[in-house]
Design a protein around this ligand. Sequence first.
Ligand code: TRP
Length: 328
Amino acid sequence: MPRVLSGMRPTGQLHLGHLVGALANWKKLQESYECFFMVADWHALMGEYENPQKIRQWGYENVVDWLAAGIDPKKSVIFRQSDVPEHTELFTVLSIITPLGWVERVPTYKEQLREIEGRDLTTYGFLGYPVLQAADILLYKADAVPVGEDQLPHLELTREIVRRAHFLLKKEIFPEPKPLLTESPRLLGADGRKMSKSYGNTFNLYQDADALRQAIQKMVTDTTRIKMTDPGHPEACNVCGYWKTFAPDRAAAMWEECRTSKRGCSQNKRELAEVMVELTRPFRETREKLAGDGGFEKIEVLLQDGAKRARAVASKTIAEVKHAFGLS
Ligand code: TRP
C-alpha cells in the first residue's frame, strides 16, 4: 500500500472544522494507505514556546478525538513527533541543504509574521517550520500527504528539497510526495465567520449536548427571511449549509421546504441540533469511557506503541541518509 503521513499541532481542543477538514478524510485514507498520523508537538512548540504548558495535555486530548473519529491504531500508526528523535535529526540534514531564500519566501511564513499578534515568531526555529514538516514527510518516504489548501506551499517546498537532495547526492532516496487535497466544504463558525478558536465561534467535538443545542439555537439563519411565510435562501444560510455538510441525504428536501416556506428556521435549527448531538456522541462517549479507564495513561501507552512502530521506519531512513551524506 502507498504511504501517507499527516499531522496536527496540539495547540488546543479540536472542533467540527477539524472533523470535516481532516479527520473524516484521515479515516477514509486508512482503507487504501499505510497511514502515519502524528501529534506535531515540536511544531506546536515553535509557535507556543512562550506558553508551552498545555501542549502535552492537548496532544492527549487530540488523540482521544482522533480515536473517536475512527482513526484505528490497529490500522494506522499514531505517534507523537518528539518521541521519534529521527524527526529532529532529518530536520538538521534538510536545514543544511535548504537555501535560506526558499524558506524566507514561503507565503505562510510571511503571513504569520504579519498576522499573529502577541507572540514573537521572529525566531530561527520558526523560519524552519516547513523544513521540519518536510522532515516529517520524508522520514517515512510518504507518497502522499493529506493537507488543507493553506499547507500546499509547505508541500511544494518539500518537493523542492527532495530534488535538491537528489541533485547533491546524485542518487534518489525519497519519493516526491503528492498533496491529497481534502475536498471538504468550508465550514463556517456559529456566527457565519471563518471557524476559528480566536473568534470563539467553534463547536467543540465533545461539547455537552445541551450546550450544543443552545449554541445551534443561537445561529444566524437567512437574514432576509423575517417571517416564516417569506421564502428562504438556503444557499445563503449557515444553518442550511450545516445541513448539507452533516445530513447530506436529508438536505435536498429540507432546502426545498425552506425555499417554499414549508419549514421555518427554528425547526431547521431544532432538527439540526439533534443531528449534531448524534454526530458528536462518540466524542463525548470516548472521553467519558477514558475517564473511567484511568485517563490519559491508556493514550500514553498507545503513543509509545506508535512511536516504536514509527521508529522502525524512521531509523532506517536516517541510516540511509547519513550514509548517503558520508557520515557513516
Ligand atoms: N503544519 C501542519 C498544520 O499546521 C501540521 C503538520 C506538521 C503536518 N507536520 C506535518 C501536516 C506533516 C502534514 C504533514 O496543519
